[in-house]
Ligand binder design. Sequence first.
Ligand SMILES: [Cu+2]
Length: 128
Amino acid sequence: MNRIAKLMMTAGISGALAVGASACGGGSSAQAGSSTAPSGATASGPDTVIIKNFEFMPKSLTVKAGATVSVHNEDSTTHTLTAINGAFNTGDIAPGTTKTFTAPAHAGQYSFDCQIHQYMTGTLTVTG
Ligand SMILES: [Cu+2]
C-alpha cells in the first residue's frame, strides 16, 4: 500500500509539472490557415496565342468579335498567324516577339495557318 501511495504522489507531481509547462504555450487557437489564396483561373483573361515548337497554342481559340488577340512567338524562327480567308493576319512575327490582330466583327469559325509553315494550323472561333 505504501508503494502505491508513493507512486500516485510522484505521478501527481509530474502531472502537475506537465500541466504547468504546457499552460504557457497554448495561447492562440490555430487561425494561421486563413491565407487561402484565391487561385481561380480567370476565364476572361487576355486573348493570347503562343507559338512554340511549330504549333499554335491553343490550336482552337474562342474570342469575342472585334477582340484584340496577341500572338507571341517563342520559336527561334519567324511565324505568322493568318486567316485562310484573309480576315486577319499578324504578318511576320519575329522570334521572341509578339504581334496582335483584331478578331473579325462577324461571328463564325475562321481557320488560320502560318504562311511560312502551312502545316501549322488552328481555328479561331468568334462569338457575337
Ligand atoms: Cu511558321
